[in-house]
Design a protein around this ligand. Sequence first.
Ligand code: NI
Length: 165
Amino acid sequence: MAMARPVMKSGSFGRRPGGIVKKRQTTSNSRGIVQRFGVSMEPALLRRFDALIARKGYATRSEALRDMVRAALAEEALTDERAEVVVTIVLVYDHHLRNLTARLTQHQHDALDLITATLHVHLDEHRCLEVLVARGRYGRVRRFADSLISMKGVQHGDVMVTTLG
Ligand code: NI
């Protein structure tokens, strides 16, 4: 007779970083005193990490790690729809496609209060690259970006979010 085996899960595995002690220092320097901490990593992972940061041109592991932490925190902050953000939107599209250029332009004119800057590059005979910088509440800016990227004929779309404050 087969016995059902209970699935055991490690208690600490996958623990979310929410338990980290809040570190809000009230010194005049908002960055506070730089603190050092040790990081344990298995050799294979460390080799890959070193190769990655070399490719990216970081001078030190610390600098690379700081950027990764900032990116992770920025990403987490985005769960808040009301967060104030600056978003860079990159679009690649075929300008020959019927109505696409007009629709993209119309969408942008409908969101004048969000768009801070635009850059248009004629990539080749057919394709255009557009970079938009939009600023506002994350929820609205994200929906705006998605509405452009999801348009039929947009071949590539990318969004980079920077949180403010
Ligand atoms: Ni063009």
